[in-house]
Design a protein around this ligand. Structure first.
Ligand code: NAD
Length: 436
């Protein structure tokens, strides 16, 4: 099929490359001229494992092309996907202006039947808004489909190629058949397509993210209680995860969730509830606990240094909101960095992938950019682990300690064992792990 993907970010570029890999002809369109020029030269502007290779292979095969030209994109495609940002507004509600701009641009150039598919995460009712907007601009026939995206950065290609499910919110049998045909190559093993109305499809995406975030916040709340009562979250996690009704996924205590989806989607769902005067105390709590959690390491450091964080040198390992991505959006590391800098600390920062992006965001003179985790530790009073990159799993701790000035280790992702770290000479602080 001939497809147009509007927005070549984490979702659009991965989706476009995967659909091209399945043999479709895909045009990826973006309003960012620089991004499109880079992609035309084979330069992939984001880090996602396996993506560069996939983009190069399909570009060479002639199945994947890049443009900024809406007229060209819309004329040469049957199905137009919208994968543009849907950021938070100051009220917490979702800003769908980019989605509506994209829909309006499609309408301008439509001359015959098109299916317009939202991949962006959009509030319930957006499909109806898009339908009205397009109908007001063109006489050409069309259908709107809600097809929310569930890929995880860092594992986006395998998520896209082997999805747990494909949600299709549809308004007509014709669009449903076309979308089923498009995705048939992704569901050869067993049927993974769930057909529903557009409102339910839009809602499903928000509820999935809220459910996952609620598990994280729940465990973070319990971790704080464990510390106070002398229980260990590692044992508690294993103890509850072994119950098959609970399972082991998303039960890790840490420095809170970040990224481009959970924080904004929880805020947006709460805003949708407010708009219909429906109280959502649980959603509010998920967010409140996460905000508290993101401040936890700074609090623990202040207690350790008896409030004297000024002039201390702190090494921070990991900046992206999770391993496997260069995405820094709402990353817990950014909040910690801001708090420590405001208190006068010197920071030695290292991340295996996201440093080029981080250097554009963080320009404070008290920051030293480091070549690796050992370099960051040199002369530091404390180390804080913020992102659990695999290369941090096996560390030569005795040589690390020798390079430090102090001996505090703040493990924001519970990667190490307290007893082992203490035996090696560290003052170790995990999340939900009693200190004595
Ligand atoms: P992104 O910021 O990485 O990319 C969006 C792209 O859209 C940018 O390149 C931007 O230049 C482009 N754009 C903006 N307005 C445009 C317009 N009018 N026409 C053409 N291009 C335009 O965003 P993302 O992370 O890919 O997220 C996109 C959507 O997918 C959001 O709604 C997000 O919530 C959702 N989502 C994201 C993820 C994720 O892991 N990143 C996962 C699932 C769903």
């Amino acid at each position: 099929m001939n497809l147009l993907i509007i927005g070549t970010g984490y979702v659009g570029l991965v989706t476009g490359a995967c659909l091209a890999e399945m043999g479709h002809h895909v045009i990826c369109l973006d309003i960012d001229q620089g991004k499109i020029e880079a992609l035309q030269k084979g330069v992939v502007p984001i880090y996602e494992p396996g993506l560069e290779e996939l983009v190069k292979r399909n570009t060479l095969a002639g199945r994947l092309t890049f443009t900024t030209d809406y007229a060209y994109g819309v004329h040469n495609s049957q199905i137009c996907f919208i994968a543009v940002p849907t950021p938070s507004q100051s009220s917490g509600s979702c800003d769908i202006s980019y989605v509506l701009q994209a829909a309006s641009s499609i309408a301008t150039f439509m001359t015959d039947y098109r299916v317009i598919v939202t991949k962006s995460t959009v509030p319930v009712g957006t499909a109806s808004q898009i339908r009205k907007l397009i109908a007001a601009k063109t006489k050409a026939p069309f259908d709107v489909v809600s097809n929310p995206e569930f890929l995880k950065e860092g594992a986006a290609i395998s998520d896209c190629m082997k999805p747990d499910r494909i949600i299709l919110g549809v308004e007509s049998a014709k669009a449903a058949e076309l979308m089923k045909e498009l995705y048939s190559s992704f569901t050869l093993n067993h049927d993974r397509i769930l057909i529903m109305d557009t409102a339910s499809a839009e809602m499903t995406k928000y509820v999935a993210n809220a459910m996952l975030a609620s598990r994280i916040s729940f465990m973070n709340e319990i971790a704080g209680l464990c510390e106070k009562l002398g229980a260990d979250i590692h044992h508690v996690r294993a103890g509850i995860g072994s119950d098959h009704r609970i399972g082991y996924h998303f039960l890790y205590a840490g420095v809170g969730y970040g990224g481009s989806c959970f924080p904004k989607d929880i805020r947006a769902l709460a805003a949708m509830a407010r708009s219909v005067n429906y109280e959502t105390p649980l959603l509010s709590a998920i967010n409140t606990i996460n905000e508290r959690q993101k401040r936890l390491l700074a609090k623990k450091m202040a207690a350790y240094f008896s409030g004297e964080v000024a002039h201390k040198t702190i090494a921070i390992w990991g900046l992206s909101f999770k391993p496997g991505t260069d995405d820094l959006r709402e990353a817990p590391a950014l909040q910690l960095i801001e708090e420590l800098l405001s208190q006068g600390a010197h920071l030695r920062l290292y991340d295996p992938i996201s440093m080029p992006k981080a250097k554009k965001l963080l320009t404070h003179p008290s920051i030293t950019w480091c070549d690796n985790e050992y370099h960051a530790a040199q002369g530091s009073d404390a180390i804080a682990l913020l992102t659990e990159w695999k290369q941090f799993r096996f560390i030569d701790f005795p040589s690390l300690l020798k390079q430090m000035q102090g001996k505090a280790f703040f493990d924001g992702r519970n990667q190490y064992k307290k007893e082992e770290m203490q035996t090696k000479g560290f003052d170790y602080f995990g999340i939900g792990v009693p200190t004595t």
